[in-house]
Design a protein around this ligand. Structure first.
Ligand code: ADP
Ligand code: MG
Length: 370
């Protein structure tokens, strides 16, 4: 989210509780579902847990909600230690990986459930349910049955139920994974607006990197129950800390490089870069395909220039993809816009081409994959 949007948030949201997770471990037999996880979620932040299936995302969300007790560690909401607090006293709204709606109840029955659990008066329940339904654009749907709703509408009901008691913290576990792509794109924008409007501290789970980049203030990349990197979408994409993160987010080419003194070399070429060299056993140069420039007139001043042979050229509508082989047999991929490029200027297979990478796009990473 941009700074401007953050500044526009209503004043009522400034007291949203921050979350502090310290050294939380949860094992199931030999499986470390969570392996010494520490993380801070800022007040009012939209933070996403992103990782492959089985990486521990749901387990961490269940620990935050209070449905799973970790083996050890501490959990604070604001100043309050809540690790022993039962779920209904945590002031947390949650949507589950399956919608977990009650099929035999009406929409209003489902949305009002958390309030009935909290023994709120009937009139208040009716009013809050209608307000929550309006927030998710389902005003007037209270009397419908769940099985009369589309997937997107059910998802909205699940969100309405999570926010109906105006919790300080909202947790969402892959809420859009069952929806088709078009609806998912639309709901991503809706959920972002909802967050801007309500301002509660939000932890969102997805395995979809693009969804995470679209929605989040910051993203924690999770693998094998550990946090591989926690950063803004832009920093994750442009400065991934290790190969796992670089591989999981976006496309990339990795080339082996060597450190000699205070320079880093690819083959005989000393690289120009503007980042600190990571202290890693195996060092890699990462380049994103769209950050490589095809230089028809040879080397570019100030850039890293690589001579290569085109092995494959694919026209893909908005972009073209070029595969090329560098000295030493290393392969590299380049993606360019077709707009403004005359087709005749695109290289042919077998052509020698010069590929240029600016110093700011020359990213050195730790070769660690897990
Ligand atoms: P994710 O949500 O990222 O797909 P989970 O948190 O559901 O991952 O699971 C993390 C790991 O913990 C997986 O290996 C999973 O099989 C294991 N796990 C999760 N819950 C249980 C459970 N109740 N019993 C046994 N193993 C579990
Ligand atoms: Mg899960």
């Amino acid at each position: 989210m941009t700074a401007a949007l953050t500044a526009d948030r209503p004043a009522a949201t400034t007291d949203a509780l921050p979350i502090s997770v310290r050294n939380i471990t949860k094992t199931y037999g030999p499986v470390h579902a969570l392996d010494d996880v520490s993380l801070e979620v800022r007040s009012g932040e939209f933070l996403t847990l992103l990782g492959p299936s089985g990486s521990g995302k749901t387990t961490l969300l269940m620990v935050l909600a209070g449905f799973t007790r970790p083996d050890c560690g501490s959990l604070r909401f604001g100043d309050r230690e809540v690790i022993r607090t039962p779920p209904h006293l945590r002031d947390v709204g949650m949507t589950f990986q399956s919608y977990a709606l009650f099929p035999h109840m009406t929409v209003a029955g489902n949305v009002g459930y958390p309030l009935r659990l909290r023994k709120r008066p009937k009139a208040e329940i009716a009013e809050r349910v209608e307000r929550a339904l309006e927030t998710v654009q389902l005003g007037g749907y209270g009397n419908r049955r769940i099985d009369q709703l589309s997937g997107g509408q059910r998802q909205r009901v699940a969100v309405a139920r999570a926010i109906v008691f105006e919790p300080q913290i909202l947790l969402m576990d892959e809420p859009l994974s069952a929806l088709d792509k078009k609806l998912r794109d639309q709901m991503q924008i809706e959920l972002r607006h909802l967050h801007e409007q309500l301002g509660m501290t939000t932890v969102y789970v997805t395995h979809d990197q693009r969804e995470a980049l679209t929605m989040s203030d910051r993203i924690a990349v999770v693998n094998h129950g550990r946090i591989m990197q926690l950063a803004t979408p832009r920093d994750l994409y442009e400065r991934p800390a290790n190969r796992f993160v670089a591989d999981f987010i976006g496309e990339s080419t990795f080339l082996p490089v060597q450190r000699k003194g205070d320079r880093v070399y690819f083959g005989d070429t000393a690289l120009r870069h503007d980042m600190a060299v990571p202290d890693a056993r195996e060092l890699l140069l990462m380049v994103r395909p769209e950050r490589i420039v095809l230089s028809p007139d040879g080397a570019r001043d100030g850039a890293n220039n690589f001579s290569a042979t085109a092995t494959d050229v694919v026209y893909q509508g908005d972009t073209f993809l070029l595969h090329a082989e560098l000295a030493g047999g290393h392969r590299i991929a380049l993606r360019g816009a077709t707009r403004g490029v005359e087709l005749s200027a695109m290289p042919s297979v077998g052509d020698t081409v010069t590929l240029s990478v600016a110093p700011e796009d020359t990213v050195l990473i730790d070769g660690r994959e897990a």
